[in-house]
Design a protein around this ligand. Structure first.
Ligand SMILES: O=P(O)(O)OC[C@H]1O[C@](O)(CO)[C@@H](O)[C@@H]1O
Length: 557
């Protein structure tokens, strides 16, 4: 029986934080001047990640109050309940065990009397065996040719994790093997991704936890038709067994679709879609980077899990970062949170985090069905540096809203370019260091004047500073470090959800739109009675579509 959520706003720690926040006047110039050890005091090591929170709003007092709030809302007890397999996903009556996906072989986590770690390793072994066969060319298409392109078809958690990690781990890819991703039901996506592929050397992975998702099943049918239409004559339905595999918790539905159950990799209801990249959902990634690197990826998750499970609250990075997010959202009025990787390889990281954080914590009822008592769920967003600098950083530096930001960078360059004697990676890192420095310390009017700026322009050139950031660094972006980063944000999300009292593991909020999209089919296709049943706005939009669907001149098609 899951304990009732605690009203965070009713705790003594919350009241204390309200007072602290009212009186807090963040001033990084002063804070660093008064405490020369501030950088050391608020820098932490979590596995390979060096996390500097000294330019965040942490002070001794804020940290103590946030840890009190975590304790008074039972964050550590709920963490232990999650890790031990308790059914903390109440609305779906499920355990929440993405951490079991990276548990070491031979360990024990029991759900409904079964040790799930054994099941995890059984599937992992099969995924690794399959990945090895595809990589070596032993697995061939129906005409005997080795696979050159793997196409992952999935959406949400069955897409974002694999595609983000594939992009992030480019230096680890096997040269003669490409992976493509189809997610959107917009026919453009399948059309573009299938273009130029050779069906004889293409393998499709249909990844869907439920195997009922409209987008994925539609794209899977498109892919099957494309394959059968384009293979050499004489190859029939038996080609599907050589060119289609599936990843799902619903193996009966996989079989119904026509995919050989021997070519299916299972996972479990206790893995949420957005927490599934380290399950068989990562099969495309395991093929791309190979079993050894995939095992390293899992080891990275595990290292962060161990830190989260064991580090004292005062030094526990996911706990502190989650609690700081509570501080910014609930006490400092921040509505959004930027994640800014100084690594082009992480260009899909923010998109990945958007599902992880916002599908998890965008809720207004608590796990017992009562309304939340506080604001929940900030908007996560971001782009890689330095591109973001030339787009939206203006608003972070000089806008009127508080936007806490996480900056991520790696010490080692992947490409050792240098121009005019200048190491390009150092030029790049100069930007990474400069941005958090500028955000923290700003530039005063006197400093602007001292540069000879005309008085009328001085106000426009003043930087207020005192904008909170976290800096996360690691030696280089290895599979393990990527796993650590993902697990860090999984646990940050968990901490926030517990404080707010919400079930971070369901996603009922996406259901209504899905159901309506299905129900609208007849009206869109021309059923006048179904169209007449719609509200006036929907009716007029569908009418617009029907009037214009053939508007494009034939030569443009
Ligand atoms: O893996 P499935 O079942 O196809 O679901 C895809 C996505 O759809 C959702 O259920 C809702 O958008 C996500 O949580 C999930 O990752």
């Amino acid at each position: 029986m899951t304990a009732s959520p605690i009203d965070p706003a009713g705790t003594a720690a919350w009241k204390n934080l309200e007072t602290i926040a009212r009186e807090l006047a963040p001033n990084f110039r002063e804070w660093f001047a008064q405490n020369p050890n501030r950088a050391e005091q608020f820098s932490f090591q979590a596995a390979d990640l060096h996390v500097d929170l000294s330019k965040s709003f942490l002070t001794d007092e804020v940290r103590a109050a946030l840890v009190d709030l975590a304790r008074q809302t039972n964050v550590e007890e709920r963490r232990d309940a999650m890790l031990s397999g308790e059914k903390i996903n109440v609305t779906e009556d499920r355990a929440v065990l993405h951490t079991a996906l990276r548990a070491p072989r031979g360990s024990t986590i029991t759900v409904d009397g079964e040790n799930v770690v054994d099941q995890v390793h059984e599937v992992l072994d099969r995924v690794y065996e399959f990945a090895t066969k595809v990589r070596s060319g032993e697995w061939t298409g129906i005409t005997g040719r080795p696979i050159e392109t793997v196409v992952n078809i999935g959406i949400g958690g069955s897409d974002l994790g694999p595609v983000m990690a594939y992009e992030a781990l480019k230096p680890y890819l096997q040269e003669d093997l490409e992976v493509r991703f189809i997610s959107n039901i917009d026919p453009t996506d399948a059309g573009e991704e299938l273009s130029g592929l050779d069906p004889e050397t293409t393998l499709f992975i249909i990844a869907s936890k439920t195997f009922t998702t409209l987008e994925t099943l539609t794209n899977a049918k498109v892919a099957r038709a494309w394959l059968l239409d384009n293979l050499p004559e004489g190859t029939g339905d038996e080609a599907v067994a050589k060119h289609f595999v599936a990843v799902s918790t619903a193996l009966d539905k996989v079989a119904e679709f026509g995919i050989d159950p021997n070519n299916a990799f299972g996972f479990w209801s206790w893995v949420g879609g957005r927490y599934s990249v380290d399950s068989a959902v990562g099969t495309s990634l395991a093929i791309a980077i190979g079993p050894e690197n995939f095992a390293d990826f899992l080891a990275g998750f595990r290292a962060m899990d161990e830190h989260f499970a064991n580090a004292p609250a005062e030094e526990n990075v996911p706990l502190l970062m989650g609690m700081l997010n509570i501080f910014y959202t609930n006490f400092m009025n921040a509505g959004t949170h930027a994640v800014l990787p100084y690594s082009q390889y992480l260009h899909r990281f923010a998109a990945y985090l958007q599902q992880l954080t916002m599908e998890s914590n965008g809720k207004s009822v608590r796990w017992d069905g009562t309304p939340v008592t506080t604001t929940t769920g900030e908007v996560f967003w971001g782009e890689p540096g330095t591109n973001g600098q030339h787009a939206f950083y203006q608003l972070i530096h000089q806008g009127t809203q508080l936007i806490p930001a996480d900056f991520i960078a790696f010490a080692n360059p992947t490409y050792p370019f240098a121009t005019d004697g200048q190491d390009q990676h150092e030029l790049f890192l100069g930007n990474f260091f400069a941005q958090t420095k500028a955000l923290a310390f700003g530039k005063t009017a006197d400093e602007v004047r001292a540069e000879g700026t005309a008085e009328a322009i001085v106000p426009a050139r003043v930087f207020e500073g005192n904008k909170p950031t976290a800096s996360i660094m690691a030696p280089y972006l290895s599979p393990s470090v990527l796993g650590q980063l993902i697990a860090l944000y999984e646990h940050i999300t968990f901490v926030q959800g517990i404080v707010w009292g919400i079930d971070s593991f369901d996603q009922w909020g996406v259901e209504l739109g899905k159901q309506m999209a299905n129900d609208l089919g007849p009206a869109i296709a021309g059923d006048e009675a179904a169209l007449a049943d719609q509200d006036p706005s929907t009716r007029s939009l569908i009418a617009y579509y029907r009037e214009h669907r053939d508007a494009r001149p034939a030569e443009d098609n």
